[in-house]
Design a protein around this ligand. Structure first.
Ligand SMILES: [Zn+2]
Length: 203
């Protein structure tokens, strides 16, 4: 369950969102992970409650998942790891669109919530690695890293589920392996949000 607290800092502030909706997002992320056979950590029950913080004044739809591992531990893969004080940072724009407190469309609403679903996947996933690739210089390499591939797959599935269910059904019904389906999901998602990008993966 996501909880919220007030936290006084200029840049970062914990604010209140509708709890039930966000629990729903967490459950949706988990359900999609199950469909895509992405392993969920079995140690979730030992975690502290996940909190949400807001980056004020940002005009980007952006989010990140944060834990309190020191840098020395970041490269360590451990499916039994526990997060005692996990938190998501999302931009104010992402929050406002996600809460519909700003003019929006189904497309941007779903995009904002997909951003959160992507980060919730990082929170839930058993796999763990430290991203070494810079997405600005090597987007495909970045998305190909195991943890990002999982999170992008879940995000793409979520986005299509809420914007183009027929296309999602078509992709999931293809007679190909799950990894290739995930690649097509990611390609389709990227094409929708960045029409100039033809594809990320060749399938
Ligand atoms: Zn990610």
């Amino acid at each position: 369950m996501i909880v919220f607290k007030t936290y006084s800092q200029d840049e970062l502030r914990f604010v209140k969102m509708d709890k039930s909706i966000d629990r729903q997002l967490l459950l949706e992320a988990r359900d999609i992970m199950n469909i895509l056979k992405i392993k969920v950590r079995s140690t979730l029950r030992f975690d502290g409650q996940i909190e949400l913080s807001i980056k004020k004044g940002s005009h980007y739809l952006d989010a990140s998942f944060n834990n309190n591992f020191g840098n020395d531990f970041l490269a360590e893969y451990d499916v039994n790891r526990v997060y005692k004080a996990p938190f998501l940072i999302i931009t104010e724009l992402c929050l406002n669109i996600s809460n519909k407190t700003k003019d929006t469309t189904v497309f941007y609403y779903t995009r904002a919530r997909e951003t959160i679903v992507h980060e919730l996947t990082h929170y839930l996933q058993a796999s763990f690695d430290m991203t070494k690739v810079d997405p600005k210089s090597n987007l495909k390499g970045y998305i190909s890293e195991p943890t990002e591939f999982e999170a992008f797959s879940v995000g793409a599935y979520y986005f299509l589920q809420h914007t183009n269910k027929n296309e999602l059904t078509r992709i999931m019904g293809l007679n190909i392996g799950l990894t290739d389906k995930c690649k097509i999901l990611i390609n389709t998602f990227y094409k929708l949000i960045y029409p100039r990008i033809d594809y990320i993966f060749k399938v």
